[in-house]
Ligand binder design. Structure first.
Ligand code: SF4
Ligand code: FES
Length: 331
């Protein structure tokens, strides 16, 4: 199937979604996804952040689709033409979706453990309105401990269902899910029973916001002060490869997570032993530094210098930034 997204054409196998076709192209034209997760069957179709415009349905039937469509749930047709960042209508709609997601989500990034790696924070930064029009009280919940290692702060949940799919598909028995309907929907463990199985910690990694957090890491540090390093160990759990990211502060491993790809999805799910019980360097074989996108706040404290191109051409700035200029030109 040939599909053209924002003017860039790509050939993809039959049955590929528009979102995944865009991911094959890569770069800025890839729609954001808050609920779709390629490793979780059936995910997607909940958040609408991935809306795109289909300006030509297919070669056979070139009529445009009448409404914007969720790109994670719409498969490509041969000859289809799609607009994402080239459509003002899509950008406007996405802005509306962000406003909707933020209706109940607290703006508590400064005290949220997910800050710096929160997809909603990024989305709000790129598409959010400066002010909220919402006049009513936001819904709030008490924090709930799901076992001794995971905390649920339902106030921040955007009901993406990813954690429910993890519990359904990765763990042996699911005892948490979404209760109630509409505005009353909430993630719950029914009787707040602990999610107690070997892979339960993965709900932390898939949660796009700070609703599910690692209690062994909470408030230990801001993520951008830590140093991510790739490591592995011979894990004896049959389903766990033991390939992880260690987050260091000095010589201490503050937390262990699965390795995440460019779309923030885990490469492989990891077991709870690797995640929660192996917090010493001696437990691991270090593979090297984890590559972090230079735009990410996580890399903000790891720059050798901040390149300021204008310094190179402006003698006044060269003088003012002498030290930096010397470093730059030396490099
Ligand atoms: S707790 Fe997190 S992963 Fe689970 S539905 Fe809410 S936002 Fe999604
Ligand atoms: S990512 Fe497509 S609807 Fe959420």
């Amino acid at each position: 199937m040939k599909v053209t997204i924002d003017g860039i054409s790509v050939e993809v196998p039959d049955g590929t979604s528009i979102l995944n076709a865009a991911r094959i192209i890569g770069g800025d034209i890839v729609p954001p996804a808050m609920c779709y997760y390629s490793k979780l069957a059936g995910s997607g179709g909940k958040c609408r952040t991935c809306l795109v415009k289909v300006s030509k349905g297919s070669e056979k039937d070139p009529r445009p689709m009448p409404k914007l469509v969720a790109s994670c749930r719409t498969n490509v047709m041969d000859g289809m033409e799609v607009q994402n960042i080239t459509s003002p209508e899509v950008i406007e709609a996405r802005k509306g979706v962000v406003e909707m997601l933020l209706i109940n989500h607290p703006l508590d990034c400064p005290i949220c453990d997910q800050a710096g790696e929160c997809h909603l924070q990024d989305l709000a930064f790129e598409h959010g309105a400066v002010k909220t029009r919402y006049e009513f009280d936001r819904r709030t919940f008490n924090k709930i401990d799901i076992g001794d290692k995971i905390q649920l702060h339902m106030t921040r949940c955007i009901l993406c269902y990813r954690c429910v799919y993890v519990a359904d598909q990765i763990t042996d028995h699911r005892i948490h899910g979404i209760l109630n309907r509409g505005d009353h929907s909430e993630i719950s463990t029914y009787i707040q029973a602990a999610v107690d199985n070997d892979f339960s910690g993965n709900v932390i990694d898939v949660c796009p916001v700070g609703a599910l957090t690692d209690k062994t890491f909470r408030f230990k540090n801001r993520v951008w002060f830590t140093k991510p390093v790739e490591a592995h160990r011979d894990c004896d759990h049959e389903k766990c490869k033991g390939e992880v990211t260690l987050w260091y502060k000095g010589d201490d491993v503050l937390r262990v997570t699965a390795r995440k790809d460019v779309y923030g999805e885990v490469e492989d799910f990891i077991c709870n032993t690797c995640r929660f019980d192996k917090k010493k360097t001696a437990d691991w074989v270090i593979d090297g530094p984890r590559k972090v996108s230079y735009q990410s706040v996580i890399s903000s404290n790891h720059y050798d210098f901040t390149p300021l191109p204008v310094v190179k051409t402006n003698p006044v700035l060269q003088e003012a930034n002498k030290e930096q200029f010397e470093r730059e030109t030396r490099l």
